[in-house]
Design a protein around this ligand. Structure first.
Ligand code: CDP
Ligand code: CDP
Length: 204
């Protein structure tokens, strides 16, 4: 039996961290769908056509620390506005969501487009300042040459593009539970998400 948890939200809101912890807690599989768009974005930076890159995407394309740079993130959000790119990535995501044993997918359009019938939908947010500080700490700890202002600018530019595009824009599904993690530790945010999922399981 499938059980799908859809976790969406803007950049660096904590959705990936929550998704990994939730998957671990319940023994579900996890797919970070942002990696698909980042992998396409990286290929486009290498000169490949975006639609061809999306159609030809392989598991090994999802590896590599360089997928986590601001440059690749910007390239990802630019290819993500192209409907044919999103279409090429759709079947893989839907098949992943339907695997038996449960699945958590995080991204921008999981609860609205990829898995509108998901058993649980969370929309994770945090203030711009909090998100930028978290991502700045994460990237600078990994040794990337970033500034606080540069990271904030990157997040704002991507959020704007993600919210304003016509194809699968970033928006909370009507039936999503909104989780503002601005004032929450990772443990608090994960506990909240686990509680929402447990309540849904208990309700059958
Ligand atoms: O997946 P998404 O881009 O939404 O965010 P993330 O990669 O899960 O989180 C961005 C950074 O914020 C990571 O370094 C997390 O450890 C950190 N974080 C945090 O400090 N407090 C939270 N409540 C959630 C995440
Ligand atoms: O980790 P962070 O939230 O910073 O970004 P990500 O989840 O890795 O996504 C990178 C970019 O891919 C986003 O800015 C979106 O433009 C795009 N994306 C999307 O359009 N739809 C998804 N389901 C996931 C990511």
């Amino acid at each position: 039996m499938s059980f799908t948890v859809a976790i969406d939200g803007p950049a660096a809101s904590g959705k990936g961290t929550i998704s990994r912890a939730v998957a671990d807690h319940f023994g579900f599989a996890h797919l970070d769908t942002g990696l698909l768009y980042r992998a396409v974005g990286r290929k486009v930076l290498d000169g490949v056509d975006p639609v061809q890159a999306a159609k030809a995407l392989q598991a090994e394309d999802l590896q590599g620390d360089d997928l986590r740079t601001s440059k690749v993130a910007q390239a990802a959000s630019k290819v993500a506005v192209i409907p044919e790119v999103r279409q090429a990535l759709l079947d893989f995501q839907r098949a992943f969501a339907m695997r038996s044993g449960g699945a958590v997918l995080d991204g921008r359009d999981i609860g609205t487009v990829i898995c509108p019938g998901a058993q649980v939908k969370l929309f994770v947010t945090a203030s711009d300042a909090v998100r930028a500080e978290r991502r700045y700490l994460e990237l600078s700890t990994k040794g990337q040459d970033v500034t606080r202002d540069g990271v904030l600018e990157d997040l704002r530019a991507r959020d704007k593009r993600d919210r304003e595009r016509d194809a699968a824009p970033l928006v909370a599904a009507e039936d999503a539970v909104v989780l503002d993690t601005s004032e929450m530790s990772i443990d608090e945010a994960v506990a909240k998400a686990v509680a929402v999922i447990e309540a849904r399981i208990a309700a059958g």
